[in-house]
Design a protein. Structure first.
Length: 107
């Protein structure tokens, strides 16, 4: 089991500021949430990811809980393993869009 470490407040603030206080996965603003957003390890600690700024993402609880320590998933159409969205190397609009009513995030 990987030991969870507390991200220092200074680093947490830097991650949040870089993300413009929006979840880096769904783009929801933190000020709309009842909860303070979390810091996600893009490459999880269990996969040898570190606490460096480039490996940290600002994330809402919903996105962070869904991602957990997953880095890839099986595409149900092609049955090929594909990497999850990485906010450091992928462009958000190449992977997602909001539905016309802006209530659903669509792949």
């Amino acid at each position: 089991m990987v030991e969870r470490r507390k991200i220092p407040a200074r680093l947490r603030k830097e991650v949040a500021k870089r993300a413009k206080y929006r979840c880096e996965y769904c783009q929801s603003p933190e000020h709309f949430s009842l909860d303070t957003f979390t810091i996600d390890h893009i490459l999880p600690l269990s996969e040898a990811g570190g606490d460096d700024l480039e490996n940290l993402a600002f994330a809402c609880h919903n996105c962070n809980n869904r991602k957990q320590n997953t880095i890839s998933i099986m595409d149900p159409e092609t049955e090929v393993r594909i990497p999850l969205f990485n906010p450091r190397i992928d462009r958000w609009y190449d992977h997602f869009r909001w539905s016309d009513d802006t209530l659903t995030l669509e792949p």
